[in-house]
Design a protein around this ligand. Structure first.
Ligand code: PRX
Length: 655
């Protein structure tokens, strides 16, 4: 595999610059190693000290880690706290007038709120939710555009102990319905429309459609934030955000919850058709968010202007937009639009405009901006930047180098952060003042994170050889369970083959002679398209739900910008279409998947066959399909195929 080979031959190493190391929160390899040693010699004491040092507890905890119900681990569980208090109230005395959020709207207009103002808005909205009968433990779906209000909605839920489940605004009504139904949500918070690249995306309309799809009697109210002023239908359960919030008191006593109280559920794709409701805790999650901000982003709350481009619909937007930066009292930019609207320099213009110091984005965005050339960033003053981060998918060394040199001017460390929805916060990433970086490697685990690579039985793997990426000890920010499905939680993440207590990440990786981790890709049927996780089974289920389709198989193919592209092999109920008819059906099926899941899941390519290649036992030969999608020579034995002629059909993409 070309990408893996090029990574294997990567030998460039970038030690931290002296000036950066001197001012860093963790300085030098000895600083990093000292923290790792503390964790190794007294694992619980290490985490307990950090939890006491960084979190304001209403009631201090006396128990650190409870492993008695493994793998259902508990951290700090007799302690009580509130995340919204930790993100807002505790900063009011010292930095009430400091800017908390700089909202950069799609059209470039800017709105800022201070900590005092954000606190007042969160309290008003929390009081509003309470007035609707939302209580501790109730689920609230947030289906919102990037906005100050989205952060307010999440923080307001945290304030009253309600469990939010944010659904990315790009997901379809059908996906939204499935999440409403699974979470049994009491309230939905949405907007009339979101604006992306000058286009309106109807959110309220999708909510109306979702609510008509089945039994949604659990939903008592739909709160609508007026973003665009576009036309929307109005029903009995609907009410305007401003009407709900503006008359409420600007203070609201936080609900103090156990550290183990669920803060949120976030649905993500797995290897079956049904998305998994990843459930996070309060105390352990907050600790992971804070430590990684300090360690990996080297956060300097008094001088940084931090910008993470992720949408709050993804885990990155939870930990590194809605919670992490606020828990440290930082100033952060939140961005509604897309990187290239209204012009291709939008990202760099925004960095210059707000004097951003810390910039965190996905490799797919970097790769698409590289295509536009290096002259573009050169037109903007990027000298405020001091640290760059990437997340979501492997970054190819060439893109890493461009990011480091053209955007970072060779002076900013690049932190490639490996983690997942399930881990809640960074797991493997360089501490930028300590760990030398290598383009394409996420480097070394954070202190206290016992990451390793094993074979399928949990045994060791020789250096340089690929294996399963695992985490061998429980850590505070890990998911606690899958909402309503503890069995699937145990089987997916703590399989018996690995002893039942080791966290299986679902990625393969190898380590080099310096112990550095190199992520190779997923080991399950999960694709990573533009940094978004998509289950092949999910897309297959969506395709076969179309009345024309008899069978479908979906695989990934390397893609220059998106990382992976979605290739679907489809058998129709009628005859195999060709020419114009094939084109028409491709367009129809792509739209269909867009409606079933969301536009991000639309296949890039659809190929039709009279059948799919299967083994004697009827299993689809996916490896063969992956090879065909890449245009590789077929070296596998295909003599057992019923109809080898279909391979020729499947080599043809509909143009
Ligand atoms: O395959 C890994 C890839 O993204 C997966 C997690 O996806 P998700 O839960 O949506 O979270 C994305 C944001 C944290 C992982 O299993 N991945 C994430 N970060 C990296 C990565 N692959 C390589 N390098 C990374 N830095």
């Amino acid at each position: 595999m070309a990408s893996i080979e090029s990574i294997l031959t990567e030998t460039r190493v970038f030690p931290p610059a002296d000036a950066f190391a001197r001012q860093a929160n963790v300085s030098g390899m000895d600083g990093y190693e000292a923290l790792c040693r503390q964790a190794e010699s007294d694992y619980e004491g290490f985490w307990a000290n950090l939890a006491r040092q960084h979190i304001d507890w209403k009631k201090p905890f006396t128990r650190t880690l409870d492993e008695s119900g493994a793998p259902f681990y508990k951290w700090f569980d007799d302690g009580e706290l509130n995340v919204s208090y930790n993100c807002l109230d505790r900063h009011l005395a010292s930095k009430g007038d400091k800017t908390a959020l700089i909202f950069e709207a799609d059209d470039g207009s800017v709105t800022q709120v201070t900590y005092k103002e954000l606190h007042a808005r969160v309290c008003q909205f929390a009081n509003g939710l309470k007035s609707l009968g939302v209580e501790q433990g109730d689920r609230v779906i947030v289906y919102m555009p990037m906005s100050i209000e989205a952060v307010v909605a999440m923080q307001a839920c945290a304030r009253i102990g309600a469990i939010h489940s944010v659904v990315f605004g790009g997901f379809s009504a059908k996906s939204l319905f499935e999440r409403i139904e699974d979470a049994r949500a009491k309230v939905i918070v949405t907007a009339d429309e979101s604006l992306r690249g000058g286009k309106a995306v109807p959110l309220k309309h999708a909510v109306d459609e979702a609510l008509a799809m089945g039994d949604t009697s659990c939903v008592e109210r739909v709160v609508v934030y007026r973003r665009s002023g576009g036309d929307i239908a109005w029903g009995g359960r609907d009410l305007w955000w401003h009407e709900l919030a503006q008359t409420q008191a600007e203070t609201c006593e936080p609900v103090w919850v156990s550290a183990e109280h669920p803060l949120f559920i976030l649905y993500t794709s797995g290897s079956t058709g049904k998305p998994k409701g990843v459930q996070h805790s309060t105390g352990g999650y907050l600790l992971g968010a804070m430590l990684s901000m300090l360690w990996v982003f080297d956060a300097k709350p008094d001088s940084d202007v931090y910008w993470c481009t992720a949408d709050v619909g993804w885990i990155t937007g939870h930990t590194y937009v809605a919670y992490g930066p606020l828990s440290l009292g930082m100033t952060e930019v939140i961005f509604e639009g897309i990187p290239t609207f209204p012009h291709a320099g939008r990202f760099w213009e925004t960095v210059a405009k707000h004097k951003v110091t810390t910039f965190y984005t996905a490799p797919t965005a970097i790769r698409s901006l590289i295509k536009l050339g290096s002259d573009l960033p050169a037109q903007y003053d990027l000298s405020s930047l001091r640290l760059l981060g990437t997340v979501g998918e492997p970054i190819n060394p060439e893109a890493w180098m461009w990011y480091q040199q053209v955007i970072g001017g060779g002076r900013c460390p690049v932190v490639d952060t490996w983690w997942q929805t399930e881990t809640g916060s960074h797991m493997i990433a360089p501490l930028p003042g300590a760990v030398p970086t290598k383009p394409g490697s996420c480097t070394l685990p954070l202190p206290g994170i016992m990451a390793a690579i094993t074979d399928e039985h949990g045994g060791p793997v020789e250096k340089g050889h690929g294996g399963f990426l695992v985490i061998q000890r429980p850590f505070p920010s890990q998911l606690r369970t899958l909402w309503g499905d503890p069995d699937r939680f145990r089987k997916t993440y703590f399989p018996e083959e690995l002893g039942g207590k080791t966290y299986l990440a679902g990625d393969s990786a190898h380590r080099d002679d310096d112990g550095y981790f190199w992520i190779m890709g997923r080991i399950d049927d999960v694709l990573n398209v533009s940094g978004h996780r998509l289950g092949t089974m999910e897309i297959e289920s969506a395709l076969v739900a179309n009345p024309r389709v008899a069978e479908a198989a979906v695989v990934g193919r390397p893609h220059e910008i998106k990382g992976e592209a979605v290739v679907a092999y489809v058998v129709l109920k009628g005859t195999r279409p060709v020419g114009e008819e094939a084109k028409k059906i491709v367009a129809e099926l792509r739209d269909w998947v867009g409606k079933e899941i969301g536009p991000i899941a639309k296949p890039d390519e659809i190929r039709f066959g009279d059948n799919l290649p299967k083994t004697r036992s009827g299993k689809i030969m996916r490896r063969l399909l992956r090879a065909i999608a890449k245009g590789e020579e077929i070296t596998q034995d295909v003599s057992t195929l019923e109809n080898p002629a279909i391979l020729d059909q499947l080599k043809e993409a509909v143009k």
